[in-house]
Design a protein around this ligand. Sequence first.
Ligand SMILES: NC(=O)c1ccc[n+]([C@@H]2O[C@H](COP(=O)([O-])OP(=O)(O)OC[C@H]3O[C@@H](n4cnc5c(N)ncnc54)[C@H](OP(=O)(O)O)[C@@H]3O)[C@@H](O)[C@H]2O)c1
Length: 348
Amino acid sequence: MVKAKKYIVQKQFDGLPKSTDLTIVEEELPPVTDGEFLAEAVYLSVDPYMRAMSDSVPIGETFLGTQVAEITQSKNSDYPVGKHTVAPFGWRTHTLSTGGPFPIGLPKAWIIPDPEGLPLSFYLGVLGMTGNTAYFGFLEICKPKPGETVVVSGAAGAVGSIVGQIAKIKGCKVIGIAGSEEKGKWLVNDLNFDNFINYKDPKFKEKLEELTPKGVDCYFDNVGGQISSEVLHRMNKHGRISVCGSISTYNDKEVKGGYAEMGGFGVTLLVLAGVVQSDIVSKQLKMEGFMVYQWWDRWMEGIEQNKKWIKEGKLKCSETVTKGFENTLKAFVDMLQGGNTGKAIVQI
Ligand SMILES: NC(=O)c1ccc[n+]([C@@H]2O[C@H](COP(=O)([O-])OP(=O)(O)OC[C@H]3O[C@@H](n4cnc5c(N)ncnc54)[C@H](OP(=O)(O)O)[C@@H]3O)[C@@H](O)[C@H]2O)c1
């Protein structure tokens, strides 16, 4: 009899998640039946969307998330013993599954092809959901051209760090926005970004103007809020904005209503999101949101391309790895507060 450990929801999050909001419980799993397989978690992913979607998990249910797991028993020929799968099993150590379909997020458990010497954890990051978010979300929506200026927020995180490097591969000038000088220096010195802005710098707006003298052609938005309002004001005519996420609001108890600050009339006005429309209209901008699984039918294309760039030395990836299933909630909260550089991962 296999015993699984799992995190169940004790209390819905209120602001930043607390250690008492989730509890670890044990569960005895029944034997594998026809069509099923048993998978043992090797790495868990902790991602911002889990905070944004946490209210969809009822009290007492397993908390949501994707993992890399080894298939240890199987009565399903699509999921053979010894292979590793990427699957949305939630925060749990052992899982009995048929492989999907799943209602939220990753539609189906998929088998990792020959990892070719790359770490299995990459399949939760650059060779998985966040890498494909960068690849498709940036290239399909921003359609960057060589020489254009690209701004990326959340730039030192899992998605942003890959977007900026893809933009460099495509011949763009890239400015990353991140939450510390240390992260910014990493973007420039290690990842080849042209420059960075620390969004906590009180002179953020002035720095943005200084570093984008020709304006901004493409903005990849991971954070929303005031940072994004400032970038929108810098957009050039026919600029493209890929709206990936809005992490600056995920822990807010109330939505602040899309306020954006606008100056220029002798006073500073606080106006509703209408100011966004005014930039969009006057500069004929294209602003598009997306969900990465809309490209599920092209999933392996993104993975193969990112793998190729890694092997050519054009794409670097960093991970912040926390050890121990018991530390998953802590790793999640750390990531929400900027404790990660690159992809936040938990090693079981
Ligand atoms: N649309 C999709 O299909 C899709 C798919 C994947 C991810 N996403 C979105 O993409 C974004 C990035 O996800 P990720 O997985 O790459 O996470 P991540 O960037 O690796 O981690 C989250 C980062 O957000 C930053 N952050 C936290 N609070 C912030 C605030 N108030 N203002 C600005 N930055 C803040 C922190 O970095 P700092 O130290 O720089 O603050 C933190 O490291 C999220 O919004 C996520 O929801 C969307």
